[in-house]
Every structure is written in structure tokens, then in C-alpha cells.
Design a protein around this ligand. Structure first.
Ligand code: SF4
Length: 239
């Protein structure tokens, strides 16, 4: 009897140890994918646009500004102005007036104006569909180019914004060194066919549940599944 009790206790101890083993990053990535797919089976592109050019403009406007704010402004612009030649005709000062409720509007108006001129002059008014050409455009960096390639043209890309950078660290999918590293790590961990949808799912999750100042990795299903032993809040590095 005593022996039976001893072996049962030993078995329980072993089961606890097995349960406490932390998942590796590939397993965590699979869990994240499964949970996000369940919460967001369908995702819409958050920035309203009429064509790839207006998507590019909206992404450019969304730097340091909420998508909601951008959509509220562009809903008055795009019905009338939605091609590079329209913005060239408007000129910088009038573009500034149209977007003045958006942060750093002077810099953005300058980029929109110069960008429109480049597109008209070098690409017959069309948005180019390569990273190389997009990243050469005024005001367009790698993240903006990635969003346009992914959401505008449907190529596989993994745009990493501050939300994705933060969440990937909280989920132990990157060390958060910088956004370039985060993009590399996420592309390595998730199959390419998921990238376009997944980057939006992560953004939606970050906005809804995993906000910058509200949680540090110990409350909801993703972290409690991936890190059952985590007790203390974790710190993340900024993008
Ligand atoms: S527990 Fe917190 S940090 Fe982890 S996924 Fe949930 S909200 Fe984000």
C-alpha cells in the first residue's frame, strides 16, 4: 500500500514537471496562430482606400497617427482626389490644408506631393510593385512598402509596426532587438502563406487586448498557454 502511494506521488510529480516544461518558439508560434485564427477568422484592411495609390497615401499618413483618424480625414479627400496627378495639381499648401488634423502634416504633405510627382514622371502615374522601387519613393520606408506589397498587391510580406514588435516580444517569438530582427524572426517562425493575414490579426489583437501599457504577459490565453510558469510582468523594447 505504502509502495502504491509512493509511486502515485512520483507519477504526479512527473506529470507536474511535464506540464511545466516551457514550449519552444515554434510551438508558441503554432499556438498563437491557432488562437488568432479563432478570434479573427476574417480580417479587413483597416485603412480605407480606393486604389493602390490611395492605400500608399493612407499608410504614409498613418505614421504616428491612428487608422481611425486617417480614415476620418481621407473619407473627405479620396472621392475627389485619388490619383497622383490630382495631388500634383493641388500643390503642397492645399494638401497641407486637407490633412492638417493629422500629426506631422507638413512633412506628410511634402512627401505626398513629391511622391505624386515621382510616380507621374517615372511610373506613368502607377504605383510600382517591387520593394526596391517603392522604397525609393519620397517618404516611403520598408514598413510602408511592405503594407503596400501585402495589402495592395497581395505579395507575401510581414510589415512590422510597433504593435507587432511589442507582441512578438511578449510571446517570446523574438528578442526585440529591432524591427528588422522581429520581421526576420516572424518570417522564420510562420509559414509564408499566413504572413499577410497574420500581420493584421496581430495588429487587431494588440489594439483590442494586448495594449502597450495594459498588460505585460500574464493575463490572457496566449501568454498563459505559452508561458504557464510566468509570474512577473515582462518588459518589452520599443521599436
Ligand atoms: S497576457 Fe497580456 S501580453 Fe500576453 S497576449 Fe495577453 S494581453 Fe498580451
Amino acid at each position: 500500500m505504502a509502495n502504491e502511494q509512493k509511486s502515485r506521488a512520483l507519477l504526479n510529480e512527473r506529470s507536474i514537471k511535464v506540464l511545466n516544461v516551457e514550449m519552444n518558439e515554434v510551438e508558441r508560434a503554432q499556438k498563437v496562430l491557432k488562437i488568432l485564427e479563432k478570434i479573427y477568422p476574417k480580417v479587413a484592411v483597416p485603412l480605407n482606400h480606393k486604389n493602390v495609390f490611395t492605400l500608399l497615401i493612407s499608410v504614409l499618413l498613418s505614421a504616428q497617427c491612428t487608422d481611425l483618424n486617417v480614415n476620418n480625414v481621407t473619407k473627405h479627400i479620396y472621392p475627389k482626389y485619388n490619383k497622383p496627378k490630382h495631388f500634383i495639381k493641388l500643390g503642397r499648401k492645399k494638401i497641407e490644408k486637407l490633412i492638417k488634423s493629422i500629426g506631422i502634416f507638413r512633412v506628410k504633405a511634402k512627401s505626398i506631393y513629391n511622391l505624386s510627382k515621382t510616380l507621374e514622371k517615372e511610373y506613368q502615374g502607377k504605383v510600382p510593385n517591387t520593394f526596391e522601387d517603392l522604397e525609393k519613393l519620397p517618404g516611403v520606408g520598408h514598413k510602408t512598402a511592405s503594407v503596400v506589397m501585402s495589402q495592395g498587391f497581395g505579395y507575401s510580406a510581414f510589415p512590422v509596426d510597433t504593435h507587432i514588435h511589442r507582441l512578438a516580444q511578449r510571446w517570446g517569438l523574438t528578442n526585440g532587438k529591432n524591427v528588422i530582427q522581429t520581421e526576420k524572426d516572424l518570417k522564420r517562425l510562420f509559414p509564408e502563406r499566413y504572413w499577410n493575414k497574420l500581420h493584421l490579426q496581430i495588429i487587431y489583437y494588440g489594439r483590442e487586448y494586448c495594449k502597450a501599457r495594459e498588460c505585460h504577459g500574464i493575463s490572457c490565453k496566449i501568454c498563459t498557454t505559452c508561458y504557464p510558469n510566468r509570474k512577473k510582468p515582462i518588459k518589452t523594447k520599443k521599436a
